[in-house]
Design a protein around this ligand. Structure first.
Ligand code: WT7
Length: 646
């Protein structure tokens, strides 16, 4: 019997001790079901408001929501100052560890000083409330400080993952109209300094909104310098006063923009605002992970360049006065036990990571975690893609020592915070399923017409009520916001883009994207974006990209390209060049695992590329139905071109 069959029907009840002291008990579901808005208002009361709201939700103009209408607060004050004022200034906010092994311990009092200094520096540089600030940084404390400094003065941060290319950075700067870029000379990755400043120089050179570039000195690499524009963080921020009075902003004041891939070539700027976002990230962080601020050590392994980093390294943990671990580098540097070493060193109690990492650890073998003391752990989390039962079980046994519940959290950049997940002190866990909508969240599985489906029928996941941390729009494009998320089933129903089913117990299983979006190592990449990068290369006439299932990364990118006449027969070197081209264009994560040069692409009579058939090929499957193809011999031609054995 395979492990997955053996696992079917297996349940992992909430550990008694945890259940007895859990932050939330079973009654929370009923409370939220009876009075959803009252429930979220109570969650909002965990924050400190300068002015209370008049109305919890204004949904009079769907899909444009306003939460906590009339309320005012300062997000940075909620994350930092109020804990210092309450006497917790000496508590550690971050145990930071650089990849080379250098460390910094940052208390809440120190964080408050740093954020105030950075806020004063931003003001000195002319940044005003509502201005956009791009942040392109390694995983160093200044990244958090820069985000909070923006929040403190009401500027809108727009963090771009440091692994993205200068092109990707440039298009995001242009779309958001950023006036300042905060960056570093570089960061440490896989054992060596990796430069960031050159990409900023290239990107800023092609945009016209940026006035200044503020550079943190981290690696001491040589950097090119544009006098008058570029400034060292250490020169400008360090000399500022540690006093800065935080102004209260409207609950709907924009907090940040985070770009994410959609079904077209241009990424969408997801806009999050202040009061509702902070309410839901703080509440979910506290309830989903049972966070106890006085005793827990919390670690989210994501990068700050993704929404997981925003919500569960920065805003949720800080709003809850958590002590967190923050790590700069990769899991295998300088050795494959690096993460376990950190868990042991900082006595981490709650670990939040992605299935792709777990599968990598599985490949490396259980002897590695077995060599470290992981007994401090009491709870584990998962995010980014469905966690397959085998990985779940391995995580549970080899990292969690068989005692830690695994909280599998389904959510998206757009949702801002957890939406579907078990509660660790309540739910009996089912490996592979995200199980239950979070209290106060309404999720359904529907068919193409929007009818709710019965048990075990595969359909589409929709959210049928607005929620506090929902995106408010796509930056600068309200129409695209409506079209993408709120038009398939009307303006009251959010279409998530994920396939799902409900089982006989009512538990939800997520089944991956139903649109042309791939999920590679928990990162969202658009097939169209990679295709348009490929066709921008002079040798490529046409391209089709699919996500093929991959044992480690979830999906891998496979591209089929038709070459221009002159480029035919250029062979392996060209394939290498194309992969390099996509790397440079979008970033290493978007570089195809495999590129196949073909003569034709399968198309329907209306000219749509049939990706389903290409996926069959990429995954070595028997071909599905080819009858709607214009020319069914095309598939034979493609198969003939493949290397033997595929
Ligand atoms: C997409 C969102 C949420 C932060 C990380 C990714 C997939 C995410 C799960 C999960 C099944 C999941 C979905 C979703 N996804 N978490 N626990 N189980 N699928 O954020 O880049 O906005 O991607 O990731 O397909 O739509 P994102």
């Amino acid at each position: 019997m395979s492990e997955s069959t053996e696992l079917e029907g297996r349940r992992f009840p909430a550990p008694e001790q945890l259940a007895g002291q859990a932050n939330v008990g079973p009654d929370v579901y009923e409370r939220a079901a009876q009075d959803r808005l009252g429930f979220w208002a109570e969650a909002a009361e965990r924050l400190t408001w300068a002015q209370r709201w008049d109305e919890v939700l204004d949904w009079s103009n769907p899909p444009f929501a306003k939460w906590f209408v009339g309320g005012k607060l300062n997000v940075a004050y909620n994350c930092v100052d109020r804990h210092v004022e309450a006497g917790h200034g000496e508590q550690v906010a971050y145990h930071w560890e650089g990849e080379p092994g250098d460390t910094r311990t940052i208390t809440y009092a120190q964080l408050k000083d740093e954020v105030c200094k950075a806020a004063n520096a931003l003001v000195e540089l002319g940044v005003q409330a509502g201005d956009r600030v791009a942040i392109y940084m390694p995983m160093i404390p200044e990244a958090v400080v820069a985000m909070l400094a923006c929040a403190r003065i009401g500027a809108v941060h727009m963090v771009v993952f440091g692994g993205f290319s200068s092109d990707a950075l440039a298009s995001r700067i242009t779309d958001s109209g950023a006036v300042l870029v905060v960056t570093a000379d570089g960061g440490y990755r896989r054992g060596s300094p990796s430069a960031l400043k050159p990409a900023v120089d290239e990107a800023v050179g092609r945009t016209d909104s940026v006035r200044n570039v503020l550079v943190v000195r981290r690696t001491e690499q040589d950097v090119a310098w544009t006098e008058g524009r570029d400034l060292w963080w250490q020169d400008v921020v360090d000399r500022q006063s540690t006093e800065h009075t935080a102004e209260a902003f409207d609950a709907e004041h924009p907090l940040y923009i985070m770009y994410t891939s959609g079904t077209t070539a241009s990424p969408k700027g997801i806009l999050h605002t202040s009061g509702g976002y902070l309410t839901q990230v703080a509440y979910t962080h506290w309830a989903s992970f049972d966070l106890k601020p006085d005793t827990d050590v919390f670690w989210t392994s994501a990068d700050i360049g993704w929404v997981t980093g925003h919500s569960y390294i920065v805003y949720g943990p800080l709003a809850n006065r958590a002590t967190s671990v923050m790590y700069e580098g990769t899991p295998e540097t300088p050795h494959r036990g690096r993460w376990f070493e950190l868990i042991e060193k900082y006595r981490v109690t709650i670990m939040y990571t992605a299935p792709t990492v777990i599968r990598t650890f599985m490949k490396w073998g259980e002897d590695i975690p077995a060599g470290f003391d992981l007994t401090s752990l009491r709870l584990l989390g998962s995010v980014g893609e469905p966690i397959n039962p085998e990985a779940w079980l391995w995580y549970h046994k080899n990292i969690g020592g068989g005692r830690c519940p695994i909280v599998d959290t389904w959510w998206q950049t757009e949702t801002g915070a957890h939406m579907i997940n078990p509660l660790p002190g309540v739910t009996s866990l089912k490996p592979g399923s995200a199980q239950t909508p979070f209290p106060g969240i309404s999720a359904k599985v529907v068919d193409d017409e929007g009818n709710e489906l019965g048990d075990d029928t595969t359909g589409l996941l929709v959210l049928t009520e607005p929620w506090p941390s929902m995106l408010r729009t796509i930056w600068g494009d309200d129409d695209r916001y409506v079209d993408t998320y709120w038009s398939r089933f009307g303006k009251q129903v959010y279409f998530a883009g994920d396939g799902a089913k409900k089982d006989a117990d009512g538990d939800i299983w997520l089944l991956g994207r139903v649109d042309d979006v791939m999920n590679v190592s928990g990162h969202r990449i658009s097939t169209t974006e990679v295709e348009s990068s490929l066709v921008a290369h002079p040798a490529v006439a046409e391209a089709a990209v699919v996500g093929a299932s991959d044992p480690t990364t979830g999906q891998g990118i496979v591209a089929f390209v038709i070459l221009r006449g002159s480029a035919e027969d250029s062979g392996d070197d060209l394939v290498k060049e194309l992969r390099q081209h996509v790397r440079k264009d979008i970033g290493p994560i978007a570089s195809p695992r495999q590129i196949m040069v073909v003569q034709e692409l399968p198309k329907t009579r209306s000219g749509k590329i049939m990706r389903r058939l290409l996926r069959d090929i990429a995954e070595n499957r028997e071909l599905g139905d080819v009858t709607t193809l214009t020319d069914s011999s095309v598939m034979g031609l493609i198969k003939d071109k493949l290397p033997a054995g595929s």
